[in-house]
Design a binder for this molecule. Structure first.
Ligand SMILES: [Zn+2]
Length: 202
């Protein structure tokens, strides 16, 4: 028997057609007016349905740092809906890699949690050949120059990428610097184009 699904934001029981965020909470979320923007080079498109504001900011922090893994499928369902509005030639998903040490400490990678559901619902293959080779300190609190320095050579591809259009998946996009770095590595490994999709953008 299936347990009734509770809304991750308000806790009320969701109707069968609602998913994990009830319609009341869904309309109250801080939606961006436009889903996509032309990406800063080398990204083709950068997309995020939500603003990084209450209650999304609190939810994403809980998801990322406090094991509130129920937010994973809730936000992934939301991304599944918007992925159809992205360029139709997207043919693979690339979760923002986490350094193995940080992943071991945290026990999970929030981007993987999102991608697992997206993969199941969209049938897009997941690229696993790009990893994080440097355990970079957290980006928050660093200025732009420090962020760039911080991310130098952070990612490495271990195999060629045969994909026409890769979609990077992350929880939040702030400056977009990590996505741009990762995109460059994917392009050098053979990807035709790279875009990025996150739950929220600051
Ligand atoms: Zn709700």
């Amino acid at each position: 028997m299936l347990l009734p699904v509770q809304c991750v934001f308000c806790g009320t029981r969701c109707f069968a057609d609602e998913g994990r965020i009830c319609n009341g909470c869904l309309v109250d979320l801080p939606w961006h007016e436009r889903l996509t923007e032309p990406g800063p080079a080398p990204l083709a498109v950068i997309a995020a349905p939500l603003e990084y504001a209450f209650p999304v900011d609190a939810a994403l922090k809980a998801f990322k740092f406090h094991r509130r893994l129920e937010y994973g499928p809730a936000f992934a369902e939301l991304l599944c809906r918007v992925i159809q509005e992205l360029p139709g030639d997207i043919d693979s998903l690339l979760p923002m890699p986490l350094h193995w040490r940080r992943q071991a400490m945290r026990g999970y990678n929030q981007a993987h949690e999102l991608v697992r559901v997206l993969h199941k619902q969209s049938d897009l293959p997941v690229l696993a050949s790009v990893g994080r080779v440097r355990a970079t300190p957290y980006q928050s609190g660093l200025d732009a120059a420090a962020r760039r320095q911080n991310l130098r050579n952070a990612f490495k591809a271990s195999a060629a990428i045969e994909s026409g259009h890769v979609l990077i998946i992350d929880d939040v996009i702030t400056t977009g610097e990590s996505c741009r770095r990762l995109a460059r590595v994917a392009l050098n490994a053979g990807a035709g184009k790279v875009s990025a999709l996150a739950v929220a953008r600051t």
